[in-house]
Each structure stands twice: as C-alpha cells, then as structure tokens.
Design a protein around this ligand. Structure first.
Ligand code: SAH
Ligand code: DHB
Ligand code: MG
Length: 225
C-alpha cells in the first residue's frame, strides 16, 4: 500500500463531498464569520456535519442537545434536520463564540430552532430539567469534562436516543498514555470517559475512527438504553 497522509485524506473528503454535498451559502457564511472573528478552525468537517444532520433525520429527532457551540456550524447542520417545532439547545462558555454563532444562526434563518445557552456547560447542563428529554446529544467541548458531559447527557437523552462524543481518537494519542509529550489533559479526559463506559449500564457504545480534512480522529457513538 502506498503511504497515506493528511493530503490524501483531504483530497478524499473533497472528492466525496463533490458528489454528496451541495454548495451551501449559509454554511459558508458561518465558516467565513468564524474566520473573520478569529475563532479556531475546529468545527466538524462538512462530511461530519452532514452525518450529524442525516443521523438526526434518521432517528426523527425533535430535540437535540449540543455541548460546545463554537461558531454554530454543527448547530446549523443539526437544526436543519429538525421539524418546525424542533429545538437545538447548544452550550457555549465563550461569549465571543456565542455571539458569532448567534449571528450565523440568524443569517441561516434558524433563530427559532436554536437556543444558545451561555456559560460553563457543567453548570448549564445541571440547570436543565430531566424533562422533556432530548433525542440526540452531540458532545464537543473541553475534553477534560467529557465524563461529566456524558453523565448529564445520559440523564437528558431518552431511552433509544443517541449520544455522540467528538474527538475521542486524536491522532491515536488517546490510546498512547505512555507518550508524555502528547498525553495532554484532553486525552486524559477521553480516557476517563472510556473507563467509565466499560461498566456503564445506561449506554452501549462504540468508537468509529475517522480520517479526513480534520486529520485522524473519531466519534464515540452511544445509544441510551
Ligand atoms: N461543535 C462545534 C465545535 C465546538 S469547538 C462545531 O462543530 O461547529 C468547542 C467549543 O467548546 C469552543 O467554542 C469552546 O469555547 C467551547 N467550550 C470549551 N469549554 C467549554 C465549557 N466548559 N462549557 C461550554 N463550552 C465550552
Ligand atoms: C479541537 C477541538 C475539537 O472539538 C475538534 O473537533 C478538533 C480540535 C482542539 O481543541 O484542538
Ligand atoms: Mg470537535
């Protein structure tokens, strides 16, 4: 097999996207708005965003919980999957990120479907009542709190609902705690969550590793039992 690397993964994502994703002015606006305001370029990729959208449609989601809004890119994908009376509740600690996200969500005509909750997500989650339940949760904020977010998502997602956690592979670093240079606080948070999942009776989960425009990473996919 020839050697494979980032350039190949980017080309492959773009090739597939050229058949499967239409040009999209509202998503382009959101990406440009993020770049113009100096937000980090760490939103889900277009293909991942469409996966979240298709998945929300597949399960007939009406209520979606997101932890980590950034510039609203994934929230826009998710909101588009919902019926007119559906809602994305998305949590963001950074005021600037939340303000940029709100503008892009407004621009996309989705203000009525997306509620941005500002502040540290551990506090915002704790303040959410257990009813009405969510159909889908997308956890994509600071990785050191992943276990706390998972446990709150388990409380808030209905049986049969789905919890997806982003960035659980991180170029394989999560699986290599012996490498001190790359054993950051982020990977430790992912490992703590995985350790918990080993005996967690509330969910059944698997990790799907991915390569593409965002490098080598992966989603943890869990169903609420
Ligand atoms: N889901 C977004 C990307 C999120 S990036 C997308 O795909 O478009 C992670 C976001 O989590 C950042 O905006 C960061 O500010 C936010 N974040 C970090 N720590 C947080 C916390 N404690 N509470 C809420 N949000 C947090
Ligand atoms: C980072 C965070 C993310 O949520 C992501 O998808 C990629 C990178 C980061 O903090 O570097
Ligand atoms: Mg992420």
């Amino acid at each position: 097999m020839s050697s494979q690397g980032f350039d190949d993964w980017v080309r492959s994502d773009r090739f597939h996207n050229s058949f499967l994703l239409a040009p999209d002015a509202d998503l382009d606006f959101a990406l440009q708005n993020m770049a113009d305001n100096g937000l980090p370029q760490i939103a889900v990729s277009a293909a991942q965003g469409k996966f979240l959208y298709l998945h929300a449609r597949a399960i007939g989601a009406k209520r979606v919980l997101e932890v980590g809004t950034l510039g609203g890119y994934s929230a826009i994908w998710l909101a588009r999957a919902l019926p007119a009376d559906g809602e994305v509740v998305t949590m963001e600690v950074d005021e600037k990120h939340a303000t940029v996200a709100q503008a892009s969500i407004d621009h996309a005509g989705l203000a009525s479907k997306v509620k941005i909750v500002r502040g540290p997500a551990v506090d915002s989650l704790a303040a959410l009542p257990s009813e009405p339940k969510f159909d889908l949760a997308f956890v994509d904020a600071d990785k050191r709190s992943n276990l706390a977010y998972l446990l709150e998502a388990e409380r808030l997602v209905r049986p049969g609902g789905v919890i997806i956690i982003d960035n659980v592979v991180r170029y394989g670093r999560v699986s290599n705690p012996a490498d001190p240079e790359h054993d950051g606080i982020d990977s430790q948070g992912v490992r703590r969550m995985l350790e918990h999942l080993k005996t967690d009776k509330n969910v059944d989960a698997t990790t799907i590793a991915t390569v593409g425009e965002k490098g080598w990473d992966g989603f943890c996919y869990a169903i609420r039992l």
